[in-house]
Design a protein around this ligand. Sequence first.
Ligand SMILES: Cc1ncc(COP(=O)(O)O)c(C=O)c1O
Length: 458
Amino acid sequence: MTESGKNLFGLSSEHKKRLIDRMRQRQKTGNTYDVREKANLTAFKKEIPAEYYNIDDLPGLKQLHIQASAAEKFGIQNPFFRCHTGVANNSTSIDGRKFINYSSYNYLGLNGHPRVSKAAKTAIDHYGTSASASRPVSGERPIHRELEIALAEVHGTEDCVVYVSGHATNVTTIGSLFGKKDLILHDSLAHNSIIQGAILSGSKRLTFPHNDFQSLNQMLENNRRQYERVLIVTEGMYSMDGDIPDIPKFIEIKNHHKVFLMVDEAHSIGVLGKKGFGIAEHFNINADQIDILMGTLSKSLAACGGYVCGKHSLIENLKYTSPGFVYSVGMSPPVAAAALEALHILKEEPERVTKLQSNANLFFELAKNAGLDTGYCEGYSVIPVIVGSSLIAAKLSNLLYEHGVNVQPIIYPAVEERAARLRFFLSSSHTEEEIRSTIDIVSRELKALKKKPVYKFV
Ligand SMILES: Cc1ncc(COP(=O)(O)O)c(C=O)c1O
């Protein structure tokens, strides 16, 4: 018995007694049991398996252990959770060693920039380190609105709302705006946060083949009329593959079928367009043709958090109804201040964007010339080198680490097994020499690895 008078099945002893009496009565009269009684009776008889209540037996951990023992068998060290001890830029420090770094989102070298750090420190002096409440109820600070207005201006939209996490921005925005009678169509390579938001919404969820607007159009022809609201979700630049969608075509389709379009600019703000203002600048289109323009502060903008830009009506709606905003603390003031200062620098120094784009293009061209498989990549800032097996990806990442190059493997289930890869994030801070020497090492080590019998047939 528990304190609340409930037994281990979660039933009070009184309830249990009533249930048994009813069952006995029915046995006597020959009446059959109803389905619920039968299920309850079975539950009394059966032992509850340990994996249903033992925290050590939850399924995620099992999968992890299977992967870890496979890695151990092949002598592969765990490449995850390596601890960096300074600002991660084109180089980084791990365990007292310096590495050329390709595993950070610091696209424009603004994390650690003296102006950005100073802005955060000044905000701490003004507001402390926490907003101490949700924004509707006492958490609002001037820096929040300043940041939102600056983001709306850069994207060319009416308004903006910022959230404490980029992932939570997608989950709560999609999850709260759409419901059971709606349809969400997202790219087959959509980020996890988009998928989680769609699941939370309870809407019907369909995926269209990567960047394939013709298939999307056909899916809408077949399905649109069966739902009330329909949302298409795409990304400004794909974080695993480094390619971009043909947004003008998506806008055409959205208008034709009378549906909404959402674009996640996590990896395109600071990267696409001459000034780095993102997908709208890249295609020279008006951003108000995109209904929901989402972005994150954790990449080019050297901070943490996410945002949605769009019409005043959308922003007002989200500020009063999206649980991830209403029931979550306001953004930490130094974080908001850092992002705002990074935005100012982005506007003042477009040469950072030019340098990032030329670095990425150099890496991309050298990789292709060396015969490396860069998949769908278009050479903007994220460059995958696809090796086709999680084992090879992990091993290659470790070999590069020994050579002083830090790059993370992306393995199953983050991508399909045959699409396992190393993912290189380029930065405006990388030097030509760093890029050239990296490509040399990658192609040499990958060739050698593929010749080894143990990796040849995986
Ligand atoms: C496309 C995309 N959307 C959303 C997110 C989540 O953003 P954050 O890491 O800032 O929470 C990411 C993270 O990498 C992303 O790549």
